[in-house]
Design a protein around this ligand. Structure first.
Ligand code: BGC
Ligand code: BGC
Length: 649
């Protein structure tokens, strides 16, 4: 394993000695060869003035204040008052956490709570001169806040193949996060999902690393502003967090599982999103729950410290995931020196933050966590805070755009979300050119997902698993409502009957069905067969066809699934993914104008291979079934859309 390259040598000039020693001599014990990984040319040259300010801050910090910077608590378990005594460097709201523990708390309550945390932090003895950061899972818009614009989940954006769209979505998401006074989005997920049985597939843009690479740069630029310009992390932007480092998409469909790829495959398939995100100025990276070759990522010093921070030159902070450190064999939620020593800078300890603080302090005092590692981690946190101008920002509510609640779900923002929906739809079948439809028809809208904002939005929407009723959303248009709006304006009609009952016979039926919301491990499935235990949707499609009603199937899902029987039973079939709140984007494409013009053609192309059977398709040279529709597939209106009869086993 060749000699240590110059970049690592330079990095070692400013890093903890323990790191430098390990970098010498090629292969790390974990079987990693840092010199074979890409070097990143960052848009941010080293800034001696910034480093001097960090050093000055560090010099005045107590050990307690330093340790506090390394710990992140959840707002469900920490009060502003606690911050007067515990100098934590950051807080988060998990997917189920909200002000007053009320998921429907108004946006103004988020901002008021941000002020209370700020006041407590800067007023108390705990302050290290910089207030805490507040991070949130703004993964498809500012999705925890009722009223925010909700964009399609990443899988749909992948099908749009439009980086500029993704950048604009990032910019609007950042602005909406700013309205409620928060600083930090735990996005984008840059996982390259290669087995769609994984419950987080919809958080992945694509199985194609090159598409993920482009989108990672676009989303980081949208959220943070363009690195190297005055807009970077200004008052309209927030910190971005490419996640989950590294290899979460390669765990054979098992959330938090083990990625068995070779080092080369891990590098070539899983890392391009990070390389691009860091080059675009990403300031924080979240580590993965998953393992690589049996070793949990939170303990993988070679990948976190030598590759990410060394070779890739990442000088921001590496954040742990929700209690993920507790999965290291030697750790608990409340104690984990080894994750910090491996290179995690901030441990996400939602509930156990207090005990973790006490234990970490003891471990630093006992030398279990070397002073140099502590200082390196704190420097990284301070660097991110200063780059985010936290020293110049006053109370959250005093910042530009804070409290401008009309920006949440503003007509302009929702228009972009609607455009994103239009671009994300993938037409898989269109027999006899059934689509586009005339808006003068009498349309039956069926299927149990036709009138549900939660179904069309998926997980990470208001709450973690995405289970809120329509009434929880201050605005949004269900797919049925959008169809009804479109046809009634043109002289047609739309009737909703989830079970597909009708009288008299409609001109056409649009059946909206698919997966129910899920997030993370709750969405792992053992087979790609759609709805193995319940064939009611298939029966509904067949029932309508048997009654001579032409059938358009709209498949709502977080991943492609084996739907041969449903494809056979429908005349037209559209993958709509998880479009979010703007059902109007679907009606825009399905219906002509009253004058008969095509309003919008389909533009989406698959960013994931579509399975031909319940077994996963071959992806990236791995063994597997041939796909039914390959990457890049997607019909236009002019294309012949008939599909041969597919095998149903
Ligand atoms: C997820 C992360 C998320 C974090 C905070 C974890 O369970 O893996 O993606 O950012 O929770 O909600
Ligand atoms: C939180 C999520 C988190 C998950 C981890 C949930 O309770 O709301 O944010 O990702 O736990 O398992």
């Amino acid at each position: 394993m060749g000699r240590r390259p110059a970049a690592v040598a330079t990095y070692c000039g400013v890093c903890a000695l323990s790191v430098c020693a390990a970098a010498v001599g090629g292969a790390d014990p974990a079987g990693v060869h840092p010199e074979q990984w890409p070097q990143v040319r960052s848009a941010r040259p080293a800034d001696p003035q910034l480093e001097a300010r960090i050093a000055a801050l560090l010099a005045h910090m107590t050990l307690e204040q330093k340790v506090g910077q390394l710990i992140q608590a959840d707002i469900g378990s920490i009060t502003p008052e606690d911050l007067r005594h515990y100098p934590l460097g950051s807080i988060l709201n998990g997917g189920d956490s909200a002000p007053r523990n009320d998921k429907l708390a108004a946006p103004s309550e988020w901002l008021a709570l941000a002020d209370r945390f700020y006041d407590a932090a800067v007023g108390g003895p705990a302050s290290a001169g910089l207030q805490p950061l507040w991070g949130t899972d703004a993964v498809h818009g500012d999705n925890n806040v009722p009223g925010a614009t909700i964009f399609p989940h990443n899988i749909g954006l992948g099908a749009a193949h439009d980086s500029e769209l993704v950048r604009r979505i990032g910019a609007i998401t950042a602005l909406e996060v700013r309205v409620t006074g928060l600083d930090w989005a735990f996005a984008p997920t840059v996982a390259v999902a290669r087995d769609v049985r994984w419950g987080r597939t919809y958080e992945s843009y694509s199985e194609d690393p090159q598409l993920v690479r482009k989108y990672a740069a676009a989303m980081v630029t949208g959220l943070q502003g363009a690195a190297g310009t005055p807009r970077f992390l200004d008052a309209t932007h927030v910190l971005a967090t490419p996640k989950h480092f590294l290899g979460d998409g390669g765990t054979a469909g098992i959330d938090q599982g083990d990625n068995r790829a070779s080092e080369q495959a891990l590098r070539d398939l899983d890392s391009p999103g990070y390389v691009a995100a860091i080059a675009a100025g990403a300031q924080t990276v979240m580590a993965s729950y998953s393992s690589w070759q049996g070793l949990k990522m939170h303990g993988n010093r070679a990948l976190l410290t030598l590759v990410l921070k060394g070779r890739m030159g990442f000088d921001g902070l590496a954040l742990g995931d929700w209690d993920a450190h507790a999965q290291l064999p030697e750790c608990t939620r409340a104690s984990c020196a080894s994750a910090l020593n491996a290179g995690i800078d901030v441990l996400m300890a939602p509930r156990s933050w207090r005990e973790l603080f006490d234990n970490t302090l003891r471990q630093v005092q006992a030398g279990e966590i070397p002073a140099a590692r502590l200082d390196d981690a704190v420097r990284r946190v301070l660097r991110v805070k200063l780059r985010a101008h936290l020293d110049q920002e006053g109370r959250p509510s005093s910042r530009p755009f804070a409290g401008h609640f009309a920006l949440l779900g503003s007509p302009e923002h929702r228009a972009l979300a609607r455009a994103a929906v239009r671009e994300s739809l993938v037409l898989l079948k269109n027999r006899n050119h059934l689509l586009p439809l005339s808006p003068r028809l009498h349309v039956l809208v069926a299927g149990d997902a036709a009138d549900s904002l939660a179904r069309q939005s998926g997980g990470w929407t208001i709450d973690w698993q995405g289970t809120e009723p329509n009434a929880a959303f201050p605005h949004g248009e269900t797919i049925f409502a959008a169809i009804q709006h479109c046809v009634s304006a043109a002289g047609g009609s739309a009737t909703l009957s989830p079970a597909g009952e009708f009288h008299p016979r409609p001109d056409v039926a649009i059946v909206v069905f698919g997966e129910h919301p899920y997030a993370e491990f709750k969405g792992d499935v053992p087979t790609l067969e759609y709805s193995p235990g319940d064939k009611r949707d298939l029966a509904l499609l067949r029932h309508l066809r048997a009654a001579d009603v032409p059938v358009v199937a709209l498949f709502v899902s977080g991943r492609p699934l084996s739907v041969n029987a449903e494809l056979n039973a429908a005349d037209a079939f559209v993958a709509v993914w998880l479009p979010g709140l703007e059902g109007g984007g679907i009606a825009d494409v399905l219906f002509r104008t009253a004058e008969g013009r095509v309003r919008y053609d389909f533009r989406g192309r698959l960013s994931f291979s579509w399975p031909s059977s319940p077994r996963p398709p071959a992806v990236d040279g791995q063994p597997g079934e041939p796909p039914l529709f390959p990457l890049g597939y997607g019909l236009r209106y002019r294309d012949p859309g008939d599909l041969r009869q597919l095998p149903e086993s």
